[in-house]
Design a protein around this ligand. Structure first.
Ligand code: ADP
Length: 469
């Protein structure tokens, strides 16, 4: 296993956190024992020891050794010292029998020894379990004329032995199970990340059709969903790019082939004057097609490179629209289209050559996708905040599906049909780009077979209102 992998790091960190928390919890409970429980424990055991001493004092006939033997059988350890300093132990032995002579004497003299309370503080050892004589309660004891010192401590091992095992098992099982669950849990958490990493690598190698099987509602799930979405978009772009290249290649190839063909025909000396003129016209036409396509490509790439750079000025919009219509007269007449317009005399603030492109594209489309004898209506209106320009035609219209896509780069509805109509699918994306550069919006309303209306909304800004006064 790679030690630097996220899985290893995550598992080790979680396990380390568990151990550190365990250690801190132990230290805190020890501190709590030292501060709170130790005095209580001392007090409780002092009461028990004094009760034992009282009982013996009140029953002078009782045999002390028998009685202490009896008590040790129910869970206590004792040391009994008489005035001659004879020591007798009852019950389980102490692990450490050290006790100063001074202490022994003071208890014999009648003082109570609070060994449990005075037992030294140590951070990592809970004094409660320390089976030492020092950790006991010493009480004076009198039976008749005899004085004794009685040291007592509960036999923890006897009282809590089973509990000890129980706790040890609980602790051991908790640690083992936690480690197992951490390892499984972390795998569950990390697994999708490995999948994502693999998918990213595949994506960078150009495989866009990635389906991630990550179905989660958390952040990783969201990330996976965004990733899949991104891969789909990239795939779409890639498909569009490939289609565009094939379109452009086709659109470049066919006029070039035509030009080449007609140029070699022109070389023939037997050509009539009319034939020559026809061929030259065709060559001219094809050259225009090529020039239009390269202009569009250049415009798109320059718009993208100089994103946001618009050379704005205030100028008469209606004049510009009339100029556009005038420049298309020949095409309009060729298709016998009737053009009507209602152009309110407004000034717009914008880049004239870029906006010219917008009107030019919209009018060209309205002619291209119109029927012979069709109609085109162009309108300009203005309200307090916007200038509205609309191009309505009675042409082929758009399907609902096409309406969604016409602003996508390189999109052309019904490839087979539009092959016969010139175009690259770039016009409307250029239009949308320019309108957005002018902080405007473009909408389309259309019905298949009935015609379309393209509406453009451009903001009237302060500079504009000044010039229109
Ligand atoms: P093109 O160079 O193919 O005209 P555009 O980006 O200008 O490219 O238009 C994209 C597609 O939208 C066209 O191929 C055509 O199918 C459709 N379209 C654009 N304008 C109209 C219109 N006025 N009426 C019908 N369809 C249109």
């Amino acid at each position: 296993m790679n030690l630097r992998s996220l899985y290893t790091k995550f598992s080790l960190t979680t396990i380390a956190i568990m151990f550190i928390s365990g250690l801190l919890a132990f230290m805190y409970s020890n501190f709590y024992y030292q501060q709170k429980l130790k005095p209580q424990n001392d007090e409780k055991n002092t009461t028990i020891a004094l009760n034992i001493a009282n009982y013996i004092e009140e029953n002078p006939h009782i045999d002390i050794a028998d009685y202490l033997d009896h008590l040790s059988a129910v869970g206590y350890q004792f040391l009994l010292i008489n005035e001659q300093n004879d020591e007798r132990f009852f019950g389980a032995p102490f692990r450490n029998n050290t006790l100063s002579e001074e202490t022994k004497e003071s208890v014999l003299r009648g003082e109570v020894f609070h060994g449990m309370l005075e037992f030294p503080r140590e951070t990592f050892i809970t004094g409660f379990f320390s089976n030492e004589l020092m950790n006991s309660i010493g009480v004076p004891l009198k039976q008749g004329e005899d004085h004794y010192a009685l040291f007592m401590r509960p036999d923890i091992k006897m009282l809590f032995n089973e509990m000890h095992f129980l706790f040890a098992w609980i602790l051991l099982l908790t640690v083992i199970l936690s480690i197992i669950f951490v390892l499984i849990g972390v795998r569950y958490l990390i697994h999708p990340i490995s999948k994502l990493t693999k998918a990213t690598k595949e994506l960078s190698e150009g495989n866009f059709s990635i389906e991630l099987e990550i179905d989660r509602e958390d952040e990783i799930g969201n990330l996976a969903a965004s990733f899949t979405n991104m891969a789909r978009q990239l795939k779409k772009l890639d498909d569009m790019k490939n289609e565009f290249i094939s379109n452009v290649t086709h659109d470049l190839q066919s006029p070039l082939a035509n030009i080449k063909g007609y140029v070699s025909l022109l070389e023939k000396e037997t050509l009539s004057k009319e034939e020559k003129a026809d061929y030259i016209a065709i060559i001219n036409n094809e050259t225009n097609r090529l020039s239009n396509l390269s202009k569009q490509l250049l415009l798109l790439s320059s718009l993208e490179q100089e994103d946001g750079f618009v050379n704005k000025q205030s100028y008469n919009l209606s004049e510009q629209l009339k100029e556009v219509i005038y420049n298309h007269q020949w095409l309009i007449q060729e298709k016998a289209i009737m053009v009507s317009y209602s152009l309110k005399d407004v000034s717009v603030v914008g880049d004239p050559s870029l906006l010219y492109n917008v009107w030019d594209n919209l009018l060209t489309n309205a002619i291209k996708y119109n029927n012979v004898n069709g109609e085109i209506n162009i309108m300009v209106e203005e309200d307090t905040s916007f200038i509205h320009v609309s191009f309505t035609d009675t042409g082929v219209g758009l399907s609902a599906e096409a309406k969604e896509k016409i602003f996508d780069r390189f999109y052309r509805e019904d490839q087979a049909r539009t092959r016969s109509i010139e175009g690259s699918g770039l016009g409307l994306s250029i239009v949308e780009f320019i309108v957005q550069l002018h902080e405007g919006e473009i909408f389309v309303e259309s019905e298949k077979g009935k015609g379309s209306t393209f509406m453009i909304k451009l903001p009237v800004n302060s500079e504009n209102s000044q010039t229109s006064i």
